[in-house]
Design a binder for this molecule. Structure first.
Ligand SMILES: Cc1cc2nc3c(=O)[nH]c(=O)nc-3n(C[C@H](O)[C@H](O)[C@H](O)COP(=O)(O)OP(=O)(O)OC[C@H]3O[C@@H](n4cnc5c(N)ncnc54)[C@H](O)[C@@H]3O)c2cc1C
Length: 322
């Protein structure tokens, strides 16, 4: 299956849409892995996004969306279809409410909230990616997660623009209803903050960024933590019995602890390696392929199943796999 060049021509005339034919996805993912797509279309306005969506649907072109590509594993063969990105990034503030478009950098949103003396996202400083991806996966760190701030989310459901309240978004740990239905595309959100002290917020974000930069060097090709942490109550008996009490934090057990026990640190397949200092951090040494990465992930999952009867679940999202 392929697509007619007329579609590309039509899309290139849509105001606010930038089309990149044959884009190599390794240039659009932090892991620097993944082959080509048919074309990548960047929509800077909701209208451009909807027109692109309708054009692709009418032409029966398979599509999927990405944000900043910081949480993706893309097939070495790429994606046989179009990739859509909604890159509008405006932010406005009114009292304790910030309205933000999905293509804004999460880090810029944190800085904007801090600068306006609004507390509630300062601990999420340093998480890469865009706001849409953060809402999709309910990103969080150091005791804060984005769902705690969300008042409502505006999204396109393929036919119309709709709004869900926080409750309707179905947030839980690293999960939202947007993960259950990939056709729903987040366009913008309203977030409610608490009044805070600007200096204290700025200082906290600065310190957290420094800690994170030491753990995840800014240029490291990776996706952050590969596997989700565990809620203690969800662990199988064999795994729960093995965990030392000091490793249980707020009812959660880091996946990294189990990975350490199976000797994950420093494991390497081809050009893909587990960090020597962090068992849940896999990175591309520069010569890796997605095939190497999949082999390493499978090895780690098998090890955890064998030793702890534990099913490790990926936090990263896969793209281009049937
Ligand atoms: C070094 C490093 C550290 C990290 N640390 C953390 C951390 O501490 N906590 C944490 O939670 N995450 C962390 N992550 C993971 C990642 O940063 C977050 O998941 C981020 O929110 C993903 O945003 P993105 O724009 O890059 O999304 P992408 O990786 O581009 O996409 C991820 C998924 O979101 C979907 N998506 C993206 N935009 C939209 C949209 N507008 N509408 C609907 N679906 C959409 C895509 O289809 C895809 O399935 C880390 C990643 C790295 C590389």
């Amino acid at each position: 299956m392929t697509f007619s060049p007329e579609v590309l021509e039509r899309l290139s005339l849509v105001p606010g849409l930038r089309v990149l034919p044959g884009a190599e996805l390794r240039h659009h993912t932090r892991f620097q892995l993944g082959g080509p797509c048919w074309f990548l279309a960047d929509a800077e306005t909701p209208e451009a996004f909807q027109t692109a969506y309708q054009t692709l649907s009418a032409a029966h072109i398979p599509w999927t969306s990405i944000g900043h590509g910081t949480n993706l594993i893309v097939n070495d063969a790429g994606y046989p279809g179009a990739i859509l990105r909604y890159s509008a990034a405006q932010k406005t503030v009114s009292h304790t409410i910030i309205s933000v478009h999905a293509g804004a950098e999460l880090n810029d949103l944190v800085d904007f909230a801090n600068a306006n003396s609004l507390a509630g996202l300062e601990s999420m400083a340093g998480i890469p990616g865009w706001v849409g991806g953060a809402i999709y996966g309910n990103a969080g760190a150091y005791g804060q997660s984005i769902h705690q701030r969300i008042e409502s989310v505006e999204f396109f459901d393929g036919a119309a623009v709709r709004v869900w309240s926080n409750e309707e978004c179905g947030f839980r740990y690293r999960h939202s209803r947007f993960k259950e239905n990939k056709a729903l595309q987040i366009l913008s959100a309203q977030l409610r903050f608490e009044p805070g002290n600007r200096q204290i917020l700025l200082e906290k974000s600065k310190n957290i960024r420094a800690t994170r930069d030491a753990k995840f060097p800014p240029a490291m090709p990776c996706a952050g933590s590969i596997f989700k942490n565990f809620l203690l109550k969800d662990l199988p008996e064999k795994a729960r019995a093995a965990v030392p009490p000091e490793k249980i934090i707020e009812g959660k057990v880091p996946a990294g602890w189990f990975l350490e026990q199976i000797g994950a640190r420093g494991m390497q397949v081809g050009g893909i390696r587990v960090a020597d200092y962090h068992a849940n951090l896999i990175y591309n040494t520069g010569t890796g392929t997605t095939a190497d990465l999949l082999t390493l992930i499978a090895t780690l999952k098998n090890g955890a199943r064998h030793q702890f009867n534990l099913s490790l679940e990926e936090e990263v999202q896969y793209l281009g796999f049937a």
